[in-house]
Design a protein around this ligand. Structure first.
Ligand code: UD1
Length: 425
């Protein structure tokens, strides 16, 4: 196993570029199954979720090759299976996009219930509701989701909860259905717009993404496409918060600042000095920040994926901050780790109450999920002493070489192979 060893109290300084968005890439790659023509995708991050997806596409019969840094060539003409290998598909949440993609392509799919970060209950009932409305039969048998449709027909679907995954999954299947599909109460995340742009460039007819009503006119076939994935706003936000927490000065390039509006607003509110350019954001060196209330909501609200990193920043703000998690019920697993470092945080239902302004002291920590893991790395960078972070496979699922990129900005983080965990049992 591997762990990170972080020497604390280092200020980040310099410039970094943001990679392509994980949450768009993990949908665009399965979407390439909707055509038999060749698809070229640029700006694909080197992360484990993507490696697993590539393996799955190959196992289904597609030819997939990496093209230099960040490029991917997919030729799905040879796809002859609708059963992604179970041992790969149940490793990560985004494998659920193979449902919509294979349903659209083959009219059927058999796949394990999606795995991924444990953020409390993560049902897929809205995905199933959508597929059923499109005319598919969905059966759950022994942990497998079996979906089959003799013909997909457009439908009017009202989502009971705003779900990124369900919105994209329904869009994928509906792109090849007969007739018109309307998704109401759709999620509005930029990654959804990116997937729609990809589909439309293949010849699909999707309008309304970025609003809560999406309309899709199904087409019988889709063609080849070249597409570049949008920058990762969550990665950008992670670097912004890390820069602010270390009171460093970091230029973050290749971003779409508009996608970070809620993060920029909150950082400004707590007193982090920022400069914003057309495709860059600079975090300027500042003093300790002020406390604030942070409420996570679907886009354009403050992203739940940056809740944990933001909480680390707020441990340094003298006074009381309240972080309310309104998207995922169980997304506070980083709190116990931060408390080991001396942070004063009390959990009350879906809220964390932080008494900030105390120096964090290094401790052995265990990442339990992707974004919580990144938050622990930031906590290690601002704490006194040497912090060990285990469970870093979660971080590698979504951040490309995170510690190397922090090191280029002045952090002191070593990745070490070890045979034993520091945690007993
Ligand atoms: C996606 C992102 C994840 C991000 C999240 C919210 C990907 C691969 N992952 O996850 O990084 O944290 O959006 O921005 O893009 N829900 C249901 N039934 C469903 C589907 C969802 O009740 O069928 C609930 C969830 O439990 C959660 C809420 O809806 O409480 C939002 O979930 P959703 O937007 O679907 O998140 P994911 O697509 O899993």
């Amino acid at each position: 196993m591997e762990r990170l060893v972080i020497k604390g109290k280092q200020r980040l300084k310099g410039a970094t570029r943001v990679n392509g968005a994980k949450n768009a890439a993990v949908a665009v790659i399965p979407a390439s199954l909707l055509t038999s023509s060749q698809v070229k995708i640029e700006n694909i991050p080197h992360i484990t979720d993507i490696e697993w997806l590539i393996e799955i596409l190959k196992a289904l019969g597609a030819k997939v090759s990496r093209l230099g840094k960040g490029g991917l060539l997919v030729d799905s003409s040879g796809v002859n299976s609708f059963t992604p290998p179970h041992e790969l598909a149940d490793k990560f949440r985004a494998s659920y996009y193979l449902m919509g993609a294979l349903l659209g392509r083959c009219g059927q799919v058999e796949i394990p219930m999606p795995g991924g970060c444990n953020l409390g209950p993560r049902p897929i009932d809205q995905h199933i509701k959508g597929f059923t409305a499109l005319g598919a039969n969905v059966n759950l048998e022994h942990g497998l989701v079996k979906i089959k449709a003799s013909k997909l027909k457009g439908a009017h679907i009202y989502l009971d909860v705003v779900s990124v995954g369900a919105t994209i999954n329904i869009m994928l299947a509906a792109a090849r259905a007969e007739g018109k599909t309307v998704i109401e109460n759709a999620a509005k995340e930029p990654e959804i717009v990116d997937v729609a742009n990809f589909l439309n460039a293949m010849g699909a007819r999707v309008v309304g993404t970025g609003t809560d009503i999406i309309k899709i006119r199904g087409v019988p076939s889709l063609g080849g496409v070249e597409h570049s994935v949008i920058p990762d706003r969550i990665e950008a936000g992670t670097f912004m918060i890390a820069a602010a927490a270390t009171q460093g000065e970091v230029l973050i390039e290749d971003v779409i600042p508009k996608h970070l509006d809620p993060v920029i607003a909150k950082l400004k509110e707590v007193g982090v000095p920022l400069e914003i350019g057309p495709d860059w954001i600079k975090v300027l060196a500042g003093n300790s920040c002020s406390p604030a209330d942070v409420k996570t909501f679907p886009y354009p609200g403050f992203p739940t994926d940056l809740q944990a990193p933001m909480m680390v920043l707020l441990t340094q703000a003298p006074g009381t901050s309240i972080v309310s998690e309104n998207v995922f019920e169980g997304r506070f697993r980083h709190v116990a780790e931060l408390k080991k470092m001396g942070a004063r945080i009390k959990l009350e239902g879906r809220a964390a109450i932080i008494e900030g302004g105390r120096e964090l002291i290094s401790a052995p920590l265990k990442a339990a999920d992707l974004r919580g893991g990144a938050a622990l790395v930031i906590a290690g960078m601002i704490s006194r002493g040497e912090t060990i972070v285990e469970g870093i496979e979660h971080i590698d699922r979504g951040y490309e070489h995170l510690e190397e990129r922090f090191n280029r900005l002045g952090a002191k983080i070593a990745r070490k192979k070890v045979t034993e965990s520091v945690f007993p049992g």
